[in-house]
Write a protein that binds this ligand. Structure first.
Ligand code: PMP
Length: 367
């Protein structure tokens, strides 16, 4: 039987595993930080209308520069952060994973390196590898906050071309203070001109504000965002970034022509028309997230502070065995490979009750 390693694949891909959050058919799925609320019917109708219109022109390539969509995304960012960004500051792609890939193709690549502070979003390292960018795993404190002196030292020592900061961090949940991001930006620029990518995939769920205002006067800073979480549209595949216009110009060098289909652009525009309703769900999820934190604590578990739509909880001698125990009770959570810890996504109140019942029952059984 021919396997991957029998093929002439690139050396850095040999023996590696693809991204693989299990997609199991379980009654309660709280494992991939999706929004549990289906899109409201009025929005489904609007998507249908917009897509029908787009369908009439599918014989033509889509707007390569996604001008209308980027203009609307810029307005959303300006409205929600108070920091003004325009069309020239915004770029969009198929999920923020593709945004990150385009950034690494532009600013990383063979002979270059990127650093992230782990545990963090595993795709940063995987996309780095896929683009031939060397990956450096930076340090965190025991409580999962970024160990700033150690991080500054790592940046000075390795002189990476790209620095990733995920805030709120996945899978640990907490937001990174602006001062930490600023200090790392300064450290990175002192080492060599390098790009600092602030991954704000979960920022709408945070107790704190977006770091978009830090873009002012910092052309080597990028903020990446997604419609997969707060907009409840993981199936849409729409991510975007805000940065200096020169960054938007630079990623044009690597983006595939017409990468964002007319159907995607039409659907995203419809979703943006319903921003108010969708952000209402975010408020409900924040309440549920806080309830998960307090109920997990009350049940005798440890949690790390969460600014996201998920909660990291522990500690377990064998986190994978605990993951199985919870799964046996019909609830799928995530084992991110962080020793001693698991992660649960905030679902609907009913889903969260099912999860809390499961972990309370396990606690009782284990005494
Ligand atoms: N960044 C972070 C921190 C994430 O957790 C995720 C999704 N899990 C993404 C980016 C990618 O999301 P998408 O490609 O759906 O925009």
């Amino acid at each position: 039987m021919t396997g991957i390693d029998d093929l002439p694949v690139r050396d850095e891909l040999r023996g590696k595993s693809p991204y693989g959050a299990p997609q199991l058919d379980v009654p309660v799925r709280l494992n991939t930080n999706e929004n549990p609320y289906p899109l409201p019917e009025a929005l489904v109708e609007r998507i249908t209308e917009r897509v029908r219109e787009a369908a009439r022109d599918l014989n033509r390539y889509p707007d390569r520069d996604a001008v209308e969509l980027r203009t609307r995304l810029a307005a959303y960012l300006t409205d929600t952060s108070g920091y003004e960004v325009g069309l020239a500051n915004v770029w969009a792609a198929n999920g923020s994973n593709e945004v990150i890939q385009q950034l690494l193709q532009t600013f990383g690549g063979p002979g270059r390196t990127a650093i992230g502070f782990e545990p963090s979003y595993s795709m940063h390292g995987l996309i780095a590898r896929g683009t031939g960018t060397g990956w450096i795993s930076g340090p965190r404190h025991e409580d999962f906050t970024i160990d700033l002196p150690a991080a500054e030292k790592a940046v000075a020592e390795h002189r990476p071309d790209v620095v990733f900061i995920t805030t709120p961090n996945n899978p640990t949940g907490s937001a990174v203070p602006a001062e930490t991001v600023l200090a790392l930006y300064e450290a990175a620029q002192a080492a060599k001109p390098s790009m600092v990518i602030v991954d704000e995939a979960y920022i709408e769920f945070s107790h704190g504000a977006s770091l978009l205002p830090l873009l002012e006067g910092r052309p080597n800073l990028v903020v990446s965002r997604t419609m997969s979480k707060a907009f409840g549209a993981a199936g849409l595949r729409l991510g975007y970034l805000a940065a200096h216009p020169a960054v938007v110009d630079a990623v044009q060098l690597v983006r595939l022509p017409y990468h964002l289909s007319a159907v995607t652009q039409a659907t995203a525009l419809a979703a943006l028309e319903h921003t108010g309703t969708l952000l209402g769900y975010v408020e409900q999820l924040k309440t549920e997230r806080d309830r998960l934190v307090s109920e997990l604590l009350a049940a005798g578990y440890e949690v790390t502070a969460s600014d996201a739509n998920f909660v990291q909880f522990g500690r377990f001698e064998d986190a994978h065995a605990m993951w199985r125990e919870i799964l046996d009770r019909g609830v799928l959570v995530r084992d991110n490979g962080v020793p001693g810890w698991l992660r649960v996504t905030a679902g609907t109140p009913e889903e969260n009750d099912a999860f809390l019942d499961a972990v309370r029952e396990i606690k009782k059984e284990q005494g």
